[in-house]
Write a protein that binds this ligand. Structure first.
Ligand code: NAP
Ligand code: GLV
Length: 306
């Protein structure tokens, strides 16, 4: 069995060693143009030439949860695409989102400013019941985030394409569902995949339907957000602030107004990192399952876009 590895911006050697240790029967190598066709591919944002030169793949493993970059390529019909299914990302996303929600709810940003002024001034407690968290996307990551927020007793509501039953979470779907969720979300968290249907979903109209003083957390993809609409709604006072991990252009350009905006907290696309050991273990066990003719979780439907 031949496994090829093609990931931009990643040092290949530790991945090759890990894949070989998990699949000792395989030949594992970093892809070079002109290489012979492989049986399995492990990729992140590969070039079109890679796809064109690998016509006989039994499966292509995407080293991330989001497949938007991959689906922009011309892919052979019927190619089996498998995304990472949690692999240690869900708990990281839960940490990130809970941290951002609690920082806003408990006003830790205000205390940071007060400390700089050496001021001892406690804020009035806020009512948790007034801080409904609306989750756009109740998939692998959204579900784990919902469970973590429920443990802190925040009211949690969620939006998905198809109806979902999650204990403790009010579920909305369809276009009426989106309006209902927006109308009562004091904090809006975006965990949707980037597809033609979701591109630009965070815009002046949708964010304008949040209650005054609402807070945005975007941890999915930069292209979900119309950045100038967010700036306008922050400047008008309709939105209280935002925590952003993803941007239309990454790395975020040095002159971008988000860097120094007093009500934006940002991180460099790091909310939930791909973890090497967990990912290799998941991919190796799925390769074995495919070899045995068994189904695997995390199959991508290119028509659906995720
Ligand atoms: P997932 O398991 O595929 O879940 C996607 C969720 O979005 C599902 O609940 C799905 O509904 C819903 N959805 C899709 N299209 C929709 C639409 N048009 N309208 C309403 N709901 C829709 O994905 P995941 O693993 O949770 O990951 C979500 C995204 O997070 C990824 O695609 C990636 O872009 C992003 N991400 C970011 C980071 C980071 O570090 N910032 C790390 C990992 C992932 P159904 O349940 O009905 O299918
Ligand atoms: C990261 O953004 C991912 O999609 O895994």
């Amino acid at each position: 069995m031949r496994v090829t590895f093609c990931c931009t911006d990643t040092q290949a050697e530790p991945w090759l060693a890990g894949l070989l240790a998990a699949l000792p029967e395989a030949t594992v190598s970093a892809w070079m143009p002109g290489d012979p066709p492989a049986d399995y591919a492990v990729v992140w944002a590969p070039p079109q030439r890679f796809i064109d030169e690998q016509p006989h793949l039994r499966a292509l493993f995407n080293l991330g949860a989001g497949v938007d970059a991959l689906l922009r390529l011309r892919l052979p019909p019927g190619l089996r695409i498998v995304r990472l299914d949690d692999a240690g990302m869900a708990v990281q996303m839960a940490e990130y989102v809970c941290h951002a929600v609690i920082r806003y709810f408990r006003e830790f940003d205000v205390y940071e400013a007060l400390q700089r002024e050496r001021r001892w001034a406690a804020r009035k407690p806020r009512r948790r019941a007034d801080f409904t968290v609306g989750l756009l996307g109740l998939g692998v990551l959204g579900t784990r985030v919902a469970q973590a927020l429920l443990a802190f007793e925040f009211p949690v509501i969620g939006y998905s394409r198809t109806p979902k039953t999650l204990p403790g979470v009010v579920n909305y779907h369809g276009s009426d569902g989106l309006s209902q969720l927006l109308g009562c979300s004091r904090v809006l968290v975006n965990l949707l995949p980037l597809t033609p249907q979701t591109r630009g979903v965070l815009n002046r109209d949708t964010l304008g339907r949040l209650p005054a003083g609402a807070y945005l957390i975007n941890v999915a993809r930069g292209a979900h957000l119309i950045e100038e609409d967010l700036l306008a709604l922050l400047d008008s006072g309709h939105l209280a602030g935002a925590t952003l991990d993803v941007f239309a252009t990454e790395p975020l350009p040095a002159q971008h107004p988000f860097w120094l905006h007093p009500r934006i907290t940002l991180t460099p696309h790091t909310a939930a990192r791909t973890l090497r050991d967990e990912s290799i273990a998941q991919i190796a066990s799925k390769i074995r399952a495919i070899e045995r003719g068994e189904p695997v979780r995390g199959m991508v439907d290119p028509l659906r876009g995720y």
